[in-house]
Write a protein that binds this ligand. Structure first.
Ligand code: ATP
Ligand code: MG
Length: 392
């Protein structure tokens, strides 16, 4: 029955010129989200509102689901719109609308009319009163409650007449593209896809880098990361995924550094490479799925040691989250099932039995000097062989 959606967005902080950019980006994101849906849609911006109008048949559930993944939308109102064919006809339409949407017919309601077209023969107050009366006549079990109605029946008089009452919560946040771009270190685990989601929610476009260590990590492990990038891309639009072959660097570190420091040194090289690619691709920061104390490489001392090699800001949106909270988010965004597939990740192959939890920076730096001979070349080769996969 619905033929359009009114898209509401939070307006806090969105004023003046920013508002225009925000709306442009939101319309762009809505368009790309709907491209994959069945049906033709037209997106219109009028008087500070965004309408998505279906040109014909469309899949309602799929459309709502897609809109629920567009950051910047605070709520989605399914709309029925009709031609203005006189007030009698409008009363019939509204009664039919309530009959279909609320078959119980016993709720309290309020009519909230708005005239964007001032030449309509009735004032807003008159429309409220007269439509209210028509509803009460049709459904004696319903009652008017202007303070706290169960149904807020909105009727907007424009070129056409728009009727809506439902409000489906959107994901909130800011439209992707309004906040620049950042490089997500995406592993096959639970945390990093959630971290990417959270930063994207603030309007940031996401590129990603995955460190692959064949033959220690399988093609299936790589495919899993691609699949996770695809899940993230449902919220963010296309993700440029850089796959870096990390094997030789890892083996070299394994050969030259004390084993309890392997993970820290390795993570420092991951950050260095990620930052290098980030700077070449106009990313303004790095994103990881780290959370304080989760594993040895994520204690405060370890994070300080990893952080030290970067000059770009490193965003760690999960830093204060418990694993349980992260899992809940992963389930909500739909990445959890993929994340828990068993394929090994490159860190677990080379983990020491007793990794340091309080790495001493001077010691780490000294041990990294053992790598001087070849690490420059290995670094260069890794970057030259960057495999770029566009995931959408
Ligand atoms: P996740 O669940 O995201 O894999 P984790 O708990 O396994 O995280 P670590 O392996 O210590 O934690 O990794 C911490 C962060 O470092 C990850 O969240 C991710 O951002 C990044 N990272 C780890 N391994 C890789 C990898 N192979 N490729 C890219 N990024 C990685
Ligand atoms: Mg991991």
């Amino acid at each position: 029955m619905f033929s359009a959606f009114l898209i509401k967005y939070a307006e806090i902080g969105v004023k003046g010129k920013n508002r225009y950019l925000f709306e442009e980006a939101l319309v762009h994101q809505i368009k790309s989200a709907l491209r994959k849906c069945e049906g033709e849609f037209e997106i219109r911006r009028t008087q500070g509102r965004i309408y998505v109008e279906a040109a014909g048949e469309f899949d309602y559930d799929e459309t709502v689901e897609s809109l629920c993944r567009v950051f910047g939308i605070s709520s989605i109102c399914p709309v029925v719109y009709v031609e203005d064919e006189g007030f009698e006809k409008l009363c019939d339409t509204v009664v039919g609308f309530l009959r279909d949407v609320y078959p119980e017919r016993n709720k309290s309601f309020k009519v909230n009319a708005r005239r964007a077209r001032k030449n309509y023969p009735k004032s807003s107050m008159e429309i409220n009163a007269d439509l209210g009366e028509a509803i009460l006549n049709a459904f004696p079990g319903m009652r008017v409650d202007v303070r706290n109605p169960e149904i807020m029946l909105n009727v907007e008089i424009r070129e056409k007449i728009y009727i809506y009452s439902l409000e489906i919560p959107g994901p909130g946040g800011m439209p992707v593209g309004t906040g620049g771009k950042a490089m997500l270190l995406l592993s096959g685990g639970i945390d990093s896809p959630v971290a990417g989601y959270m930063i994207a929610k603030r309007g940031v476009k996401i590129d990603a880098v995955y460190f692959h260590a064949p033959p220690y990590t399988s093609e299936r492990a790589k495919q899993k990361v691609i699949d996770l990038a695809r899940i993230v891309s449902r919220y963010t639009g296309p993700v440029y995924l850089h796959v870096i072959n990390f094997t030789d660097i890892q083996l070299y570190i394994h050969e030259k550094c004390p084993h309890e420091e392997l993970t820290i040194v390795m993570r420092r090289y991951m950050m260095r490479i990620a930052e290098h690619i980030a700077k070449e691709t106009e990313c303004l920061g790095l994103i990881t799925g780290e959370s304080i104390g989760q594993v040895a490489s994520q204690t405060m001392s370890s994070l300080a040691a990893t952080n030290e090699v970067c000059s770009l800001p490193v965003y760690r949106p999960l830093i204060g989250f418990d694993k349980k909270e992260i899992i809940e988010l992963a389930q909500k965004i739909g990445s959890y099932e993929t994340s828990i597939l068993p394929y090994e990740d490159c860190c677990t192959i080379f983990v020491a039995k007793h990794p340091v939890t309080k790495p001493n920076l001077n010691v780490i730096r000294r041990h990294e000097r053992n790598l001087e001979e070849k690490i420059g070349d290995l670094f260069k080769t890794a970057i030259e062989n960057d495999e770029l996969i566009i995931v959408e």
